[in-house]
Design a protein. Structure first.
Length: 72
């Protein structure tokens, strides 16, 4: 029987650390081993988290890393 993969135990905002950022703090996520579709999901998760919690983030992808800065 084929093994079924489940999602990570932690939500993405805890796994990648952008949920705990204070204003003007930054973090970086290594996305070199992810597909372009998965990178898009990570970025969408960042902005969805910000919208829900009334936070604002700026992101920039450079050489396989997503740099995240919390603005508000």
């Amino acid at each position: 029987m084929e093994e079924v993969k489940f999602r990570e135990d932690k939500p993405a905002y805890e796994r990648y650390g952008y949920g705990a950022l204070r204003p003007l703090e930054t973090t970086c996520i290594d996305v070199r081993d992810l597909s372009p579709k998965e990178v898009c999901r990570v970025r969408n998760g960042i902005f969805s988290h910000g919208k829900y919690h009334n936070k604002k983030f700026k992101t920039k992808t450079v050489e396989g890393f997503i740099h995240i800065k919390r603005v508000i």
